[in-house]
Design a binder for this molecule. Structure first.
Ligand code: AMP
Length: 215
């Protein structure tokens, strides 16, 4: 199994690219954000409530909770590629991942960075609408569903993620700059970083990422 890390700010298109890659390659898409949202969905325990509240504010959930989810995915993956989306998010998580993979003599094969300017990120995040049922993503201007407010895939009513609301978007970008952006140097230092321009046609961006992964 080849481990690919996809890096980029919130709104850089990691999930959009991943959805396309799943159709092109024998690849498991592991989004820690999706896994945490599923875990926190019925916030019926204090622990789940705390996770939901942390996510709403755009802060990071504890390294231990997320690390456990990732280890479960690593041990159950049978696909040729695993694409980690949203993990690692800080240097502690990067070191944890490195140590987990080293137990099997493995390492991150590629870290693909979707490079998108901040003003584009803000527009993408504030217009983003998500299907709470199947996870499909839309945008009020650039990726409109066929019927306004309704998921093309499963017909559920689209929602704006609480963390996509303006005050929370600003905080997520701040958290990204402080904690996650240093990982670009981390992976560059290991000789596996690939920078991809994340602005433009989504299919073309996904093709560029697929080529980088297979190179
Ligand atoms: P995302 O869908 O990747 O934007 O993640 C949504 C939220 O889930 C983040 O703002 C964090 O609160 C939480 N989250 C996702 N991945 C991680 C991670 N690797 N470490 C800590 N928190 C995470």
């Amino acid at each position: 199994m080849k481990i690919i890390v996809i890096l980029g700010a919130p709104g850089s298109g990691k999930g959009t690219v991943a959805a396309r890659l799943v159709k092109k390659l024998p690849l498991r898409h592991v989004s820690t954000g999706d896994l945490l949202r599923a875990a926190a969905k019925n916030a019926d325990t204090p622990a789940k409530k705390a996770v939901a509240e942390t996510m709403r504010k755009g802060e990071l959930v504890s390294d231990e909770i997320v690390g456990k989810l990732v280890v479960e995915q690593l041990s159950s993956c049978t696909e040729e590629y695993m694409l980690l989306d949203g993990y690692p998010r800080n240097e502690k998580q990067a070191a944890f991942l490195e140590a987990e993979l080293a137990k099997d003599g493995a390492k991150v094969a590629k870290a693909v960075w979707l490079d998108v300017p901040e003003e584009v990120l803000v527009g993408r995040l504030s217009g983003r609408r998500t299907c709470p049922k199947c996870g499909a993503g839309f945008h009020v201007e650039t990726m409109k569903p066929k019927v306004e407010g309704v998921c093309d895939v499963c017909g559920a009513a689209l929602v704006q993620r609480p963390d996509d609301q303006p005050a929370n978007v600003a905080n997520r970008l701040k958290v990204y700059a402080a904690q996650t952006a240093p990982l670009l140097n981390w992976y560059e230092g290991r000789g596996v970083l690939e920078k991809i321009n994340g602005v433009g046609d989504a299919d073309a961006i996904a093709s560029a990422v697929a080529a980088a992964i297979q190179a």
